[in-house]
Design a protein around this ligand. Structure first.
Ligand code: ZN
Length: 390
């Protein structure tokens, strides 16, 4: 019951029609949750022999929470966060797990997808200090991609980083008992809902050891500790006993589903080897430390590539502007001299033409005078950023 996470970078430099795709880090980790002994031996199948998960089957699981106010509130919160408040809509996010998940002993899995796009700021945005209509439209376009749930915009001096979170999909396995499916449904909703609110997972580079990193991961909001605490509590309340909980967790809850130990202890159980623990340390989270470091290195390389491209584009733009500035000044001087000559000759038509040309040059020079320093400052800032990113 690990989260599947993937991130893609889309790089785009506005106004210069430069765009490139960055590397795409591998999909996130996944770990099985051991089914309880009771589930493994029970003859029940929550799908009643159906091949696929249908909305009525999921709604029936939701109904089991009707006498449990906290489980019921979780379902309603998830419906609000993920499906515009509709339990039907929430039920529609559930599917049956693929054969590889079913064969691995997992009870369910939540797939979350975040994408990151980098968009350069155009001149009006830089001049006004607020997103231009064009940049706003680009950001809106990203938020209108099908399945978008949230869009977050992070502001940088020369570009914006847009993070787009998709509506998650959740799979549950079959066959398993209805009570086990209920527990798995609650577990996955904790992941799906909380992870949409906090998309930042712990950064492996910030932890000196793999153990410290994995502990931080499972304790992070909406991760395994939260999911097991909430789902085990709900399962115990459903059954009226803690006896059907996963063996390694059963004595951590009282028969009413109240947690009897600290969250740190649950984290230890989640990571410990089976049968003492749930085995996350040697199954789906194995290699997660290295994978996270690798993914972050790829993301840094993408960011660096974007900043390099933007810097190259701005340098080119700056040199074009400098050349343009010289040409306009030269034209302006020539037109002013010619205007004096035309007036001396009494050539009114030529004088009018030159007067208009002079006004155009002056307008263009004013515009260049406003924009050139912005581009020059951008070059300086991006050079500094690139030095930091190397
Ligand atoms: Zn899980």
């Amino acid at each position: 019951m690990r989260l599947g996470v993937s991130t893609a970078w889309r790089l785009a430099v506005a106004a210069l029609t430069l765009s490139a795709c960055g590397p795409r880090p591998g999909s996130g980790t996944s770990v099985s949750v051991p089914r309880t002994v009771a589930d493994a031996t029970s003859a029940g199948d929550w799908l009643g022999g159906d091949a696929q998960v249908s909305k009525p089957r999921v709604l029936a699981l939701f109904e089991l929470a009707s006498r449990d106010p906290s489980a019921s509130a979780l379902i309603d919160d998830a419906a609000r966060a993920l499906a515009k408040g509709s339990r039907e809509g929430l039920a529609a996010l559930f599917t049956r797990c693929a054969a590889d998940v079913e064969g691995s002993g997992e009870a369910g899995k939540t797939y979350l997808r975040w994408q990151t796009a980098l968009l350069s700021k155009d001149h009006p945005t830089l001049l006004e200090g607020a997103p231009s209509a064009e940049l706003t439209a680009k950001i809106r376009e990203l938020s209108e991609v099908p399945r978008t749930l949230v869009t977050r915009v992070e502001d940088h001096p020369d570009y914006v980083v847009v993070r787009r979170g998709e509506v998650p999909t959740i799979c549950l396995v079959a066959p398993m008992s209805t009570a086990a499916a209920y527990e798995a449904m609650i577990h996955e909703l904790v992941h799906a809902q909380a992870r949409q609110a906090t998309d930042e997972a712990p950064d492996a580079d910030a932890f000196a050891t793999e153990d410290a990193y994995l502990t931080a991961v499972v304790l992070s909001p909406g991760d395994e500790v939260d999911a097991y605490v909430v789902a085990s509590g709900a399962r115990a309340r459903l059954d009226g006993t803690n006896r059907n909980l996963i063996a390694a967790l059963a004595n951590k809850f009282d028969p009413a589903g109240r947690l009897l130990v600290g969250r740190d202890e649950i984290a230890r159980v989640v990571l410990a080897r089976r049968p003492w623990g749930l085995g996350y340390g040697d199954t789906g989270l194995r290699g997660a430390y290295a994978r996270d470091k690798e993914m972050r290195a790829k993301l840094r390389a993408s960011r660096r590539a974007f900043v390099e491209q933007l810097l190259a584009a701005k340098r080119q733009e700056l040199s074009a502007m400098t050349a343009n500035l010289g040409v306009r000044r030269h034209n302006l001087d020539a037109r002013r001299q010619n205007l004096a000559i035309a007036r001396a000759r009494g050539d009114a038509a030529e004088a009018a033409r030159l007067t208009k040309g002079i006004a155009d040059d002056e307008r263009a020079l004013r515009e260049l005078g406003r924009v050139t320093p912005l581009v020059r400052d951008g070059v300086t800032r991006l050079e500094r950023e690139l030095a930091r990113l190397r």
